[in-house]
Design a protein around this ligand. Structure first.
Ligand SMILES: C[S@@+](CC[C@H](N)C(=O)[O-])C[C@H]1O[C@@H](n2cnc3c(N)ncnc32)[C@H](O)[C@@H]1O
Length: 194
């Protein structure tokens, strides 16, 4: 996730998101992986929250939940997870108030059908829920893939939404890789003020 050394690597939006998670999460924290997929991010978050922390993870595909369960079980970390087969837009029903971080990695499950991709309306509803659920100082990262049609819609809608957030309540940043090909993933980072 972070390259071969523990030094900073400017590689892609996912690496940047991981770096922000590393800087924000401490052992004992509760956090959310809003898009489980193959479970790599869930496992990464499990490592950061430690034995006393908890990771709530969402996906709409049973296959993603199973792959993730296998990955965290193999690492002996299943006990610190709640894997939820439901859309992240239902987050308020499953996650307690005061989580430290929520990580979104939009798009489709790698190696599966592209038809099941995240969608603008539910993504926006979930980001809104995430911003309510994080504690003061908590962060939300959203990795967006504008290389396909729905991803472009998500990017435009999320940028408009994020730009409209109250500066009294949130600080918001947008990372775009300026010399990369069109469609390269971008990152939106939001922190709730203390
Ligand atoms: C790019 S993948 C995530 C990759 C994952 N974080 C990993 O480490 O492998 C995006 C995932 O979002 C899931 N997804 C689509 N719509 C969703 C929704 N409404 N709620 C939660 N997950 C959703 C897809 O099924 C897919 O597995």
């Amino acid at each position: 996730m972070h390259g071969d050394t523990d030094r900073f690597v400017l590689r892609n939006a996912r690496h940047l998101a991981a770096g922000y998670m590393l800087g924000s999460i401490r052992p004992g924290d509760s956090v959310v992986d809003a898009t489980m997929g193959n479970g790599k991010d869930t496992l990464f978050l499990c490592g950061l929250v430690g034995e006393a922390g908890h990771v709530y993870a969402f996906d709409v595909q049973p296959e993603a939940v199973e792959r993730t369960r296998e990955r965290v079980r193999d690492a002996d970390m299943e006990a610190r997870t709640t894997l939820i087969l439901a859309g992240h837009e239902t987050m308020r029903r499953h996650v307690p108030q005061g989580v430290r971080a929520v990580m979104f990695n939009l798009g489709w499950l790698p190696g599966a059908q592209h038809a099941v991709t995240t969608k603008t309306d539910t993504t926006l509803a979930a980001v809104e829920a995430a911003l309510e659920l994080i504690c003061p100082g908590g962060v939300v990262t959203v990795c967006i893939y504008p290389g396909h049609e729905e991803g472009t819609k998500e990017l435009d809608a999320l940028l408009a939404y994020a730009q409209g957030l109250s500066v009294r309540m949130y600080n918001v940043a947008h990372h775009r890789f300026l010399n990369a090909a069109k469609g390269t993933p971008e990152l939106i980072l939001i922190q709730k003020n203390e």
